[in-house]
Design a protein. Sequence first.
Length: 442
Amino acid sequence: MIWNPEIETMPRAALEKLQSERLAKLAEYVYARVPMYKQRMDAAKVRPSDIRGIHDLHKLPFTKKSDLRDNYPFGLFAVPMSEVTRVHASSGTTGKPTVVGYTKNDIDMWAEVAARCFAMSGAQPGDMFQNAYGYGLFTGGLGMHYGAERFGCTVIPISGGNTARQILLLQDFGTAVMACTPSYALTLADEILRLGIDPKSLKVRSFILGAEPWTEEMRTELEAKLGTHAVNIYGLSEVLGPGVSNECIEAKSGMHIAEDHFLTEVLNPSTGEPVADGEVGEIVFTTLTKEAMPVLRYRTGDLCTITREKCICGRTHARMGRILGRTDDMLIIRGVNVFPSQIEAALVGKEPLTPHYALIVTREGHLDSMEVQIEVHDAFYRDLGEARFADADDEALHRVRAYARKSLHDVLGLNADVTLLAPGQAPRSEGGKLKRVFDRRK
Ligand code: DLL
């Protein structure tokens, strides 16, 4: 089933014409409404009237995550606050989140593109949809929720976590479609099997999985364990949230980008020049229709390929491959984006902790865990003495660890195991790039 055949199977020429019209309007719109874009376009001597179509896209300035930080919280909004219906936020590179806003029309467009994803994932109107993405500032929960309602599912807004309850509802409510992170889907599958539940007794047909990188091996494993389909969904808050692209169940070979709303480039991350279709580069999006916070050429930091080859499902929109890596140091731990710089921000000024740390990420089964090793201040170490510092049960150390865990949780929204290090024990730069993140998940 194709949700919006007229748009999703549009011949390329017609699609490009639509994109060109929308891009020209967008250039006028942001120039008039967003001071940062006016300044950047003026500096580059680009007038809105120079942007006549998609072939002029390269003239427009890039947008980076740091631009959102520099304009925190609402400086890139193109409409008065009275027209902003909702805000969401994701991890920034420091203690402050990255904020995005939506008008009523933006929410409506989001529901439309997310509804397309349900169709692509093999959902049927009337299906029970169990939404195990987190509800809240994260775009996953509400984004999928509105898409499912638009599509005509019955939504179970269970949100993330609580595996026992997830399984109970899968069994008792007859869930046909479920959405969560891929690592959580595998945890769930293992638990279902461990409890001796026959997967055939469940009605679930499709898992819509995204928000973190995953692999073909994980797909094969999940599909074999539960006898369901697993499809990939992609999105990011700065551009929209879930629904920017989604695999079709027919091909399961790349995610169709909603190209009528998101103009896509794949660029060499160092030069900013386009790479050929099929070559790996950074995927960059320009939002063609967003009102509250449109972005020009947003540098996602996500590395992937793109293809415009015909797809067996009949959709003409380009497909992006799996995310193969990042151009920056962002990690995704249990579906939550984490920048190492946030850890520093969480620790700085928190006596007796220091911002000298090492981050170790591991995966047991399918669950990520993170350990943060943090150096304590000299004075604290001296006052306590070496012997007490070596005693894991020491009261004072307990308190400091709890304080560190809370400080990290306040900024990251994640629980971390904390180990305290004596002064001088955390990694230091030895001239080269300081390595203090150890991702041991692979
Ligand atoms: O993760 C939106 C989302 C929610 C997508 C639910 C899919 C499902 P952010 O929290 O802003 O938004 O994180 C965006 O997550 O730049 C990618 O690095 C990563 N990411 C998202 N989807 C995928 C995916 C949501 N399917 C960042 N595969 C993006 C790999 C993904 N990485």
